[in-house]
Write a protein that binds this ligand. Structure first.
Ligand code: GLC
Length: 551
């Protein structure tokens, strides 16, 4: 059966450190705030009950890309606390049975990182080849047509070196040169530093970009784009040469070998579905790196239409493509770059259904802070925007990624109980109703649903590790599947994606373990027929194959 590492972990909870809890009232979240809320995460009486947390970057950084521009890999940004705070956090988290994952940003540093400052100072210094430098073309223009994801050319002119440097993201985020063995050595040293401190894993950021064509050939025009003059945005090119090159998996293997040399540590790769590559090639490539230790996120649900057909196709194709004995699925439906689930899928009832699906599918699901109480994308006015990528996109319509990054809604009081002072991003006014405090006291709340599902996922190995099998003909608008271990244990899941009531036929009768309405479960007939309310989902224990609880 799959997954030897992190075998009992029910799910992973993403904490955006700026927005989780502010302990020192400066308007920005911090590590001490997280320490204070470990009881909410797992150990307390009314806790969410989730077994692992992942921190978006908390390293020293000028915050051009909110910490994804690292200026020192082995320290904590004072705005979040200190290394001693982090040591205390790890110790207390471990004492409560919570694993701790950190973000690892391998593709680029900040332009304020000492490596870059040295590298740009001359063409002949210790770090001169740590980044990708090239001369201008004869007319002074950038060396090739590669584009930055955040808009414009991926090349930035540097006066002191009289050369261009490559940046796939903001110009404040120069790409490291991974073909330089000294860079790879340094990055492995960084991993060891955090592993020695006791972290249990890494989420590796934007990995596809670490290997590029060494000849830096021009990327190709996208099919819809007639000529170079029509290239306006990132999607007007096919990014054949600027990423996903042949050393990608060997380089990732070097990293995961370091992780593998420590007990029970893992690495999750960030990589989005990409029309330029077959998804199968992508997934199997990433799983192939080191299946015992590492796995890619599955982000396909982000683009899925809210329908039984689209979700069942996505899940069934993915489950059919991987080898469930060695590959761990990591289903992820929201994060700090993407709309929250209650916004993306059209409402809180729909989001409850997605939650029940996510927490009953195999693998290691990832929950974004606040999604467990049904937070929605918050309204952000133009003059409140903090996400700089908005401006380099040159798109006045967009407010970027701030709406999904607003402060955690702890209470209905001032600043949602996040801080005594005005927070770095506005608190969503919806926090008066949608908050932890209210929901912890409501047995039918969003939070109560997550709590129930996470508890079941901890108690029953079948939900974490059991086999997956689609149930073909359960009914219109229904996505249904079975999870099983051997011949002995079976559960069924039926999800109604319609806004109407739907009749579902399960393979057997059974007992409801959880419904998207946690206080009021529907009845199942002796023939396995159950009537689901609009957007209702159920997890059913089969009456002939009862479950064994393992903790
Ligand atoms: C990843 C991060 C995103 C960041 C980018 C550059 O996609 O999730 O927030 O802007 O990488 O590091």
């Amino acid at each position: 059966m799959a997954r030897k590492r992190w075998a009992n972990v029910n799910a992973l909870y993403q904490i955006y450190p700026r927005s989780f809890m502010d302990s020192n009232d400066d308007g920005v979240g911090d590590l001490r705030g997280v320490i204070d809320r470990l009881a909410y995460i797992k150990s307390g009486e009314k806790s969410l009950g989730i077994d692992a947390i992942w921190f978006s970057p908390f390293y020293p950084s000028p915050q051009a890309d909110m910490g994804y521009d690292v200026s020192e890999y082995c320290d904590i940004n004072p705005m979040f606390g200190s290394l001693d705070d982090f040591r205390e956090l790890i110790e207390k988290a471990h004492a409560s049975g919570i694993k701790v994952m950190v973000d690892f940003v391998p593709n680029h540093t900040s332009d304020q990182h000492p490596w870059f400052l040295e590298s740009q100072s001359s063409r002949d210094n210790d770090k001169s080849d740590f980044y990708t430098w090239r001369d201008a073309r004869a007319d002074g223009s950038p060396p090739n047509n590669w584009l930055s994801i955040f808009g414009g050319s991926a090349w930035q002119w540097n006066e002191s070196r009289q050369q261009y440097y490559l940046h796939t993201f903001l110009k404040e985020q120069p790409d490291l040169n991974w073909d330089n063995p000294a860079v790879r050595q340094e990055m492995k040293r960084v991993l060891k530093f955090w592993l020695d401190l006791g972290v249990d894993g890494f989420r590796a950021d934007a990995v596809r970009w670490i290997s590029k064509d060494p000849h830096q050939r021009d990327d190709l025009l996208a099919a819809h784009c007639p000529d170079e003059q029509s290239v306006r945005s990132f999607d007007d090119l096919q990014h054949k040469y600027s990423r996903f090159w042949e050393n990608l998996f060997p380089y990732l293997r070097e990293l995961t070998d370091v992780v593998a040399s420590y007990d029970d540590r893992i690495m999750i790769f960030e990589d989005y579905p990409d029309g330029n590559y077959g998804t199968q090639e992508q997934y199997l490539g990433f799983y192939g790196v080191n299946p015992d230790v590492s796995m890619p996120f599955n982000f396909e649900g982000l683009g899925a239409k809210f329908s039984a057909e689209s979700f069942s196709t996505m899940v069934n194709e993915f489950q059919g493509m991987i080898n469930p004995d060695i590959h761990t699925p990591v289903y992820c439906f929201s994060n700090h770059d993407q709309a929250r689930i209650a916004t993306r899928y059209g409402g809180t009832e729909q989001a409850r259904l997605v939650a029940l699906m996510q927490l009953t599918l195999p693998g290691l699901p990832v929950v974004y802070y606040g999604d467990e109480i049904g937070m929605t994308n918050a309204p952000i006015q133009f003059d409140e925007i903090q996400d700089k990528s908005v401006f380099s996109h040159g798109n006045d319509e967009s407010v970027g990624r701030d709406p999904e990054r607003t402060p955690m809604q702890w209470t209905g009081e001032k600043n949602a109980g996040f801080s005594q002072v005005k927070p770095w991003l506005p608190v969503d006014p919806i926090s008066k109703k949608v908050n932890v405090d209210v929901e912890q006291h409501d047995p039918d709340s969003f939070f109560a649903l997550y709590q129930r599902l996470l508890k079941l996922r901890s108690q029953y190995e079948i939900l974490r590790m059991g086999e997956y099998e689609p149930i073909g003909d359960a009914g219109d608008d229904i996505f249904a599947y079975a999870r099983w271990i051997g011949k002995e244990q079976h559960v069924f899941v039926a999800l109604n994606f319609s806004k109407e009531t739907r009749r579902v036929t399960l393979p057997h009768a059974g007992f409801i373990l959880c419904s998207t309405h946690p206080v009021d479960y529907p009845a199942i007939g002796a023939n396995g027929v159950v009537t689901l309310r609009p957007y209702e989902g159920v997890l059913v224990e089969c009456s002939e194959h009862r479950l064994q609880r393992d903790n």
